[in-house]
Design a protein around this ligand. Structure first.
Ligand code: GLN
Length: 277
């Protein structure tokens, strides 16, 4: 019979969700998914056991699994994540899908508030013809994005910039997953481990979206697109803001839960002022 420190026994006794626990076990032992099954009588060393117990305790206190592991899968690639970056969400993959479907050949793409770089890097890897610029306001965050770009082999340009403050030139597509959660949204309570400045504007959730729309008018080529992620109750207002700013072909895309999640529009005017937003 396997001893109490054998993988199969530890899995039976865990207080965590089994999937989380198995990922922590893999992290500690270095085993892959198959080895975890074929070597399930493997007995953890004292060192491994101490390490595992520490990780389990962190997870129990609510620290997101992916900060503990240090990576999150997005668009079938592993992205490094740290407390300086949001953990990429599956619905954000829909932003990548949409960018890829609207980008003309050799399009210039700007990703605002890139965080881990997941949107910019995934777009570049899926379509190497794109000329991709990724910006973030925080240097520690931008460093994570650059590291991901290098490790995953995506040749993109990373710029330290507060939205458009250090951005030059015009783009065919501007994309963003901005901080859109309102300050009084109860949802924020469960996201305390993630960088708050990447989640909320501490206001009504629209201040950054408005800034991005205003800035896009000055940085989109004629016929270029702006698309951004937003909260499930922000679709109507997002469409209105784009309409008031002179965008056309405005559309809201729903996520896997059929909730409004992404709004986009095309900009065909030049020299429009954004006084109405
Ligand atoms: N989609 C994230 C969430 O609701 C928030 C991301 C963001 O504010 N940009 O958990």
């Amino acid at each position: 019979m396997a001893s109490t420190n054998a993988i199969c026994n530890l899995c039976n006794q865990t207080i965590l969700e089994l999937l989380d626990f198995k990922l922590l076990l893999r992290y500690v032992t270095g085993f892959n998914q198959v080895e975890l099954i074929t070597k399930n009588e493997y007995e953890l060393s004292q060192d491994e056991l101490v390490k595992l117990n520490n990780l389990v305790a962190r997870r129990q206190k609510g620290e997101p699994l992916h900060y503990i592991l240090g990576y999150k899968e997005f668009y079938s690639r592993e992205f490094r994540v740290t407390p300086d970056t949001l953990i990429p969400r599956p619905e954000t993959e829909l932003l990548v899908d949409k960018v890829l479907s609207i980008a003309i050949p050799n399009a210039r793409l700007l990703d605002l508030g890139t965080g881990s770089g997941c949107i910019a890097v995934a777009c570049k890897l899926e379509n190497p013809n794109l000329d991709v610029v990724a910006v973030d306001k925080y240097s520690d965050t931008l460093e994570v994005a650059c590291t991901n770009a290098i490790q995953l082999g995506a040749k993109i340009k990373c710029i330290l910039s507060d939205w458009f403050s250090n951005v030059d030139g015009l783009f065919d597509v501007i994309v963003s997953n901005p901080p859109y959660i309102a300050h009084d949204d109860v949802h924020l309570g469960s996201l305390q481990f993630e960088p708050q400045h990447a989640l909320t504007d501490n206001l009504d959730g629209f201040s950054h979206i408005k800034q991005i729309i205003r800035g896009s008018i000055a940085h989109l080529k004629k016929g270029g697109y702006l698309l951004f992620e937003h909260g499930f109750e922000q679709g109507e207002m997002s469409r209105k803001l784009l309409h008031n700013a002179g965008f056309i072909d405005i559309e809201t895309i729903q996520d896997y839960a059929s909730l409004d999640r992404i709004t986009l529009g095309k900009y065909t005017l030049r020299n429009s002022n954004a006084s109405s937003i």
